[in-house]
Design a protein around this ligand. Sequence first.
Ligand SMILES: [Zn+2]
Ligand SMILES: [Zn+2]
Length: 358
Amino acid sequence: MRALVWDGTGLHVDSTIEVRPPGPGEVAVDITMAGLCHSDVSPMEGRIPQPTPAILGHEAVGVVSAAGPGADVPVGQRVVLTVLRRCGECRHCREGRPTLCPASGRPVASPFRRDGDVVHQFVRIGAFAERIVVAQEQVIAMPAEIPAPVAAMLGCATITAFGAVEDRARLRAGESVLVTGAGGIGLNAVLAARAAGAERIVVVDRNPAKERIARMCGATDFLIPDDPSQIAPGVRALVPGGVDAAFECAGHTGLLDAAIKSLGGGGRVVVLGLPPTGATLGLEVRDLFHDKSLLGCRMGSVDPHRKLPDLAERVLRGELDLNPLVSAVVPLEGAARLVDDLRNGRIDRGFLRFGSTS
Ligand SMILES: [Zn+2]
Ligand SMILES: [Zn+2]
């Protein structure tokens, strides 16, 4: 089958990849559409350690094409994937908090081979392939009416941002918000803040071209700082007293520091962007006085089996329009260009399409 292989220096379309059939509790999924997330670019930049060769990709929609023994997902079911491979038995899984399950992020044996050698499966998915094999816990049914790019985006950028805003920060109507980084997750956070009834939504990005889409998503203010030290004074000029919630989506410690300094009393910062391994924060502890919180957040801190059907319903009801974020849909051969466009901020969310689906 065809897949996009990262060999440590470049991305190549390879037609000689083999994928084994699903084992007990597993399903095979034929990928329809896969989004390009910053987390897929991180291994290419050495920001996330990843053995090679590897098949990247984790934000995707497809169709179940085979089920292994004991897997009860029907063949033909349209599904969105989740990186969380929960055990289902630990106390966190029983409480509906699979992002805390110790097993949910454990490496698993890759189902991919090339000439008999292992091709690694990025974050237990490896969605940039025509067919993948995952645990049945990693697939969630998705209504056929939702366009493929939107369905794929729900599985990473949207669930992460909406979980961060609604479940982690518990944003309330009338509160004020700062979002740093207007990429796929940042723009989804803006949409989520607007949906929650935020009064003021300040977006920060270095790229002036992002202002239009940010405002379309609900931003009331857009700041283009030359330096992160300008952010907190700029935010406080707009929202005297500071914001109630800040979402750092760029993985930049300078922005995280600025987000903390932009908080008002009772404010919380949610860390969504992942800085490089080893990055530290020079936190002035007094900045957290007045009941402020610094919150980590993995995949929105939610149970995707609960949150994804909820988000899909909201899309179907017309409450949530993600189509403006879909910037490009290209075949596998267009991947390198898409990566370049993402790095340079020319696109909001780009997608790779598989098979005959357009
Ligand atoms: Zn992602
Ligand atoms: Zn568990």
